[in-house]
Design a protein around this ligand. Structure first.
Ligand code: KG4
Ligand code: ZN
Length: 336
């Protein structure tokens, strides 16, 4: 069964054809990232406009590279939440029109469920497992009970991990996205040069908080500036990255130990981070747990992961019609 996936939740316009949820036949991505770099973050209006300009060509190219036409496609899967509303609407409206015109079933896909599915195309991961999803907008520890049944066990109380890395990177004067720049520059720094207070979260022991860490970085920079001291940015970046990764791995390890998970999966844009991947490997080796990490090309936003998740949603009977809307926020457990 071939699914055409469409993704436009942030600054990537993407389309892909995936067979039976796991075999990627094509994966095309057009990004407006370079334009957003000028502003230090994604400008929603620019992202929406670029999606509208690129989407037809991107979908055509995905079909061409998969060597098929709409006749060979069994269903259209589209990201409908969460994300930038104007950006999402471009993909949703295009998918609705295409499904209607070609008389194909339309399957709505939650973006974070899609990130988790990047492990179905990169690996032979099969639920149930425990997944750490870390992206620009989300930091969740999710029990993936089946392909379509999710329970969030830990979540961030404030900034997502990627958001904290991006904001800290910006304060350090690094290029957007900060997460990518911090990963790069940290290889030249000493991660033990600075110590930041471990964030305290009351209530759930599995929740995260990153805004305090981010403030510590800002304060460190300002204090040094006032005293006229030079700060090594590679040292600061490496130390901040270590603190963020320690929080992520610490909570993931606690949930997996407490609930007896032996299969660990990581997903989302931040799963490309070298320090996070290395620490996850060490943690799993310590406990004898199985670890699944997405291939780097499927860590960031793409449509192959949407087509993959779309296949499992389709099998579970999920369908939408022309009344499908886009939603800026939606919990991963919801089936709207
Ligand atoms: O999943 P994604 O592409 O988009 C969202 O759904 O949000 O994630 C984007 C986030 C950004 O915050 C970016 O800085 C971060 O992923 N990111 C990284 C790395 N690559 C992307 N963070 C740390 N290290 C990386 N190598
Ligand atoms: Zn994403």
């Amino acid at each position: 069964m071939k699914i055409l996936g469409i993704e436009s939740s942030c600054d990537e316009t993407a389309a892909a054809v995936v067979e039976d949820g796991r075999k990627v036949l094509s994966n095309v991505i057009a990004t407006s990232l370079e334009e957003h770099k000028l502003y230090g973050g994604v400008v929603p209006e620019i992202a929406s406009r670029r999606h509208a300009e690129s989407i037809s060509g991107v979908v055509e190219e995905a079909l061409r590279q998969a060597d098929c036409t709409m006749d060979g496609i069994d269903a259209v899967a589209v990201t409908y939440a969460p994300g930038l509303i104007g950006a999402l609407l471009v993909g949703v409206n295009f998918a609705k029109g295409l499904a209607l015109a070609t008389d194909k079933p339309l399957v709505p896909v939650h973006h974070i469920r899609g990130h988790i599915a990047s492990n179905y195309i990169s690996n032979d991961a099969e639920p149930p497992f425990l997944c750490l999803v870390v992206s620009g907008g989300h930091s969740h520890i999710v029990a993936v009970n089946s392909y379509t049944d999710f329970e969030v066990i830990g979540r961030t109380r404030d900034d997502a991990a990627g958001e904290a890395l991006d904001k800290a990177g910006r304060t350090m004067g690094l290029e957007y996205p900060g997460g990518v720049s911090i990963d790069k520059i940290s290889t030249e720094g000493d991660e033990n040069a600075f110590t930041f207070p471990k964030p305290k979260v009351t209530g759930s022991p599995y929740d995260f908080s990153f805004s305090g860490l981010k403030t510590s970085v800002i304060n460190t920079l300002h204090n040094a500036e006032q005293k006229g001291e030079e700060i090594s940015i590679p040292d600061l970046a490496a130390s901040f990255q270590k603190s963020v990764v320690d929080c992520l791995i610490g909570n993931l390890e606690a949930v997996a130990s407490d609930r007896g998970y032996g299969k660990i999966v990581i997903a989302g844009g931040v799963s490309a981070n070298r320090k996070l991947r290395a620490e996850a490997q060490k943690m799993c080796a310590r406990h004898g747990w199985q670890l699944f990490l997405p291939e780097l090309k499927y860590c960031g936003d793409n449509a192959a992961m949407i087509a993959s998740q779309g296949y499992y949603e389709y099998l579970a009977g999920r369908r939408a019609d022309e009344s499908l809307n886009a939603y800026a926020t939606m919990q991963i457990e919801e089936n709207l």
